[in-house]
Design a protein around this ligand. Structure first.
Ligand code: VG1
Ligand code: CO
Length: 545
């Protein structure tokens, strides 16, 4: 076998963000760019020799070329075997499952999640460790440091592996196993949910659902699990064919980007009872009832409150974790159940230690991410199956389930406003100005609201004591309302400012307001203190979820 060593010049921009390294396809196609980051990953790991690596991606443009390159580099690095999803396809949660199932050293997942794909879109790569979860900050920092000083990479001479054909192949002394992308994941889902009950619901004539795969990775998973295994009619999965450019759309399951699904569920004469969508790499979920949107924060709270109805969680849950900007609805459920609710920075990597230590069973983020200890990633289809199992148990509508939850716990009105692709310098100026004002805001009154505290969120991991600073500016009001500002760590153009608004309403007679109306006073405070238009020239957000 021939292993070549290629001399390179280091890159200084390979710092992973909230979820791996994301750049434009153009950037990734620069000579040695992908190779440098892959070599940096391999050099940072211990005990690579003879170990197992999981590999797959969301099928976006450049996925196939990248897979072949990574296989040859893995062979050169001395891995014993690579388990590859057929066609180079693995959803993020399915990859997390395979890492755990095969006791792999970790996995490489090729995805830029909800970012647009295609030759002018984005590509991404992330490494998940032996627990199946995203590499912690300490590891991604080490990879970044390595990429900045790397002067060569190693690669076995290219020998294309027939990635579409199931089977075992040899590549320069390494074994490549091409496995079905869905079956192990499906088997895992069957251990958690009552498939018979869900099948009865999906085949009954009084229930109809649509699952929007957004031309991304969950198409094959949706067809196999919902239609073939559970018997839902064949038109249940829409946009189910994965496309390298996602059909030109943003595979982001929210009210703005999943507009086909929204139109179906919100049609005046809609006969669809349940709608769900997932994102590029299959880890996000949006849940809809008929003309009814479930906020991801409420969804987490409702799943937690009802977990005992699901076979996989029948003995109850140990605890909940939510990312800091996620609404405090799950906290109320945790309080009632007498279990802890942890508040972590944005990004799934912060849940890993809590899950591994058994401190939590369920976790989630406001950004359409929900998951549990069954893997170490958020999991879109798992959330959909959870809701289906719940609907089958309760024989009630999505809207009724949510309204009853609000009646019991109160409603956390919640919305996120995103200002996308603003100039980096403008975003930084805005954040600096905001930060400078924070101490002076405490005690200040805005109409009926009084600022109780302000800070830039710092997280101390309760398991390993690691500290993560500057995780978002918080303005906390005495009545529990919150305004949070963060800059995105997944965008690839300029900066994206996220503004998160939350207001709690206990009074059930006030649970029928329009969300933006209920939050209007908070948005007015945002304009006053952050002066977004002054700094960015933007009058309103690009995307409101
Ligand atoms: C966004 C979300 C965050 C999520 C991350 C990765 O990050 O806000 O909650 O964990 O995307 O999700 P940011 O830094 O842009 O706000 V995914 O489905 O893109 O892997
Ligand atoms: Co995703």
């Amino acid at each position: 076998m021939t292993i070549q060593t290629i001399k390179t010049t280091p890159f200084d921009d390979q710092k992973p963000g909230t979820s791996g390294l994301r750049k434009s396809v153009k950037q990734f196609k620069k000579p040695d760019y992908l190779q440098t980051f892959v070599q940096a990953i391999f050099n940072t790991l211990d005990n690579v020799q003879g170990s197992t690596l999981i590999l797959g991606g969301d099928g976006r443009y450049f996925n196939r070329e990248a897979i072949q390159i990574i296989l040859c580099m893995a062979a050169a690095a001395g891995f014993g075997r690579v388990i590859l999803g057929q066609g180079g396809i693995l959803s993020t949660p399915a990859a997390s499952n395979l890492i755990r199932q095969y006791q792999a050293i970790g996995g490489i997942i090729l995805s830029a999640s909800h970012n647009a794909g295609g030759p002018d879109g984005d590509f991404g790569i992330k490494f998940n460790g032996a627990n199946g979860g995203p590499a912690p900050e300490s590891l991604t920092e080490a990879m970044f440091a390595e990429s900045k000083q790397l002067h060569e990479y190693h690669i076995a001479s290219l020998q294309p592996i027939p990635v579409d054909k199931l089977g075992t192949y040899q590549l320069a002394g390494m074994q490549v196993e091409v496995v079905d992308s869905v079956s192990d994941y499906l088997a895992l889902m069957e251990t958690i949910f009552d498939f018979d009950k869900i099948a009865a619901l999906l085949t009954s004539d009084h229930f109809k659902m649509r699952f929007d795969a957004m031309h991304a990775v969950t198409g094959p998973y949706g067809h196999r699990i919902l239609e073939e295994r559970l018997g839902a009619p064949v038109d249940t999965v829409i946009q189910g064919e994965p496309l390298a450019d996602f059909g030109g759309g943003h595979p982001d399951p929210n009210q703005t980007h999943a507009h086909e699904l929204m139109a179906m569920l919100y049609a005046r004469n809609s006969d669809i009872d349940f709608g769900a969508a997932s994102d590029g790499d299959g880890d996000r979920n949006m849940i809809l009832g008929k003309r009814f949107f479930v906020t991801p924060s409420d969804s987490l709270a409702i799943l937690a409150a009802n977990a005992r109805l699901i076979p996989g969680y029948k003995d109850g849950i140990a605890g909940i974790a939510r990312s800091m900007p996620t609404s405090q609805a799950p906290d109320r459920v945790a309080a009632k159940l007498g279990i802890p609710c942890f508040e972590t920075p944005t990004g799934w990597k912060f849940f890993g230690n809590l899950l591994d230590a058994g401190k939590i069973t369920l976790c989630g983020e406001e950004s359409f991410g929900t998951g549990s200890d069954h893997v170490r990633e958020k999991d879109g289809l798992w959330a959909v199956l959870f809701w289906l199992n719940l609907l089958a148990e309760k024989q009630d509508s999505v809207e009724n389930i949510v309204r009853k939850h609000w009646a019991e716990y109160g409603r956390n009105y919640y919305s996120r406003h995103d200002y996308e692709a603003i100039e980096l310098k403008d975003a930084n100026a805005l954040v600096d100005a905001l930060q400078a004002q924070l101490p002076g805001l405490v005690g200040k009154q805005f109409g009926a609201l009084t600022v109780g505290a302000t800070d830039n969120f710092t997280y101390t991991d309760p398991v390993d004591g690691s500290v993560s600073k500057n995780q978002g500016i918080r303005i906390l009001f005495t009545d529990g309302s919150r305004i949070i500002f963060r800059l995105s760590g997944t965008g690839t153009q300029g900066a994206t400012l996220r503004v998160y608004l939350e207001k709690y309403e206990a009074d059930v007679s006030k649970h029928d307001q329009e969300v933006q109306d209920a939050l209007a006073d908070l948005l007015a405070i945002v304009q006053q203190v952050a002066r977004i238009e002054h700094f960015t020239g933007r009058e309103a957000a690009d995307v409101v979820t």
